[in-house]
Design a protein around this ligand. Sequence first.
Ligand SMILES: [Cu+2]
Length: 447
Amino acid sequence: MPTRREILVGGAALTAGALAPARGVGAAAEPAARSELPRWEATYSGGPAERAPLEPGLPGHDYTPVTVPDGAALPFRIVDGVKVFHLVISEVRHEFAPGLVATCWGYDGRVSSSTIEAVEGERVRIYVTNRLPAATSVHWHGIYLPNGMDGVGGLNQPRIRPGETFRYEWTLRQHGSFMFHSHHDEMTQFAMGLTGMFVIHPRTPVEDDHVDRDFAILLGEYSVEVGTSRPNPIEDRSFNVLTFNGKTFPGTSPLVVKTGDRVRMRIGNLSAMDHHPVHVHGHHFRVTATDGDRIPRSAQWPETSVLVGVGQVRDIEFVADAPGDWAVHCHMTHHVMNQMGHKFPNLIGVDARGLDDRVRSLLPDYMTMGTSGMTDGMHDAVPPNSIAMRGARGPFDEITMGGLVTVLKVRDRLERYDRDPGWYRHPPGTVARRATREELSRDGIAV
Ligand SMILES: [Cu+2]
């Protein structure tokens, strides 16, 4: 029987005799040359695995590096025309936000914020050293490669035992936004932080692809119980530390751009259980690529929120033409909360004065949900090594979000991208404020 791929590759000529063997049924059934195939049929696996590699691409010359907020691209060296990386996996003391440090596992000393950056056509050799107390393996998510380099422990390779160094090597045959992650004891190792992004730049410019700011952002979620210092891998529902590149608001660095910049955000999601609709304020964007491929211009669609499912990448692009401080956040309200956001009795509308003191004699960490919601000074006192469930000082008042939140800072004048320009200064008369008695009277508003 022909495989699905053989049918696709064989095209219409084969469907006439679909029950016949794929080969040996005459010239009409010979697969067409790959270059003659329609786009989608030609790209299911990138073509023959062993293709002569091209010269390694260099940052600033062959590509403009991505910006990894709160993270970094992995260093490399070039040896005999091959780009060589060394990915060390180890325990990491990681700060999710000021006040919350946990012992996690990370790539290159970072939790969920290391990016491998390469160029289409070059050959990569990635040494993976395991300094964990547990075995692991690394899967290169969405990337065309020989089956034995795919990194699924047990299926494609032996597990990488503690102390061992494995070598992965293949030639990159595509470009786009991809990811890498552990594929051994996945539940535990994702929960501990073993995720990263893998960006492959195009060898030749792609039409309509140029951007001024190119951000790589990986979503994640952790469960760090108050009073503990390691993520809990058993958690499957109530994640209380949700992260952009391993940081949770207010620990996330802002995304700094100049007015008029073309901006790309490559948003990957390697959360354990949750899809995240990421919403960008102040701008509409186009969804321009997935980890499957760049979307033809005619098929890109406009959005204000992009749903990034677990195991998916979405590229979005827009022109940042609106100066200001614009929130960028997951639109799931429970994903814009930090620790302690999920275990409170609902006391909305209840007079709970004095309740905390009485319950704390039994449960020292007890805190009642505010009687008008979560904004009744709930961040003032938190147990050691924990962060408020939400809240950061803003320029006007407290910002009542935590978790999957960052700020897109669009500025007319900007000296440098790598420094927080501070809060936006609004033109006079453009900030919402308390209405005056005269205004209410003039417009017939009775309050
Ligand atoms: Cu979310």
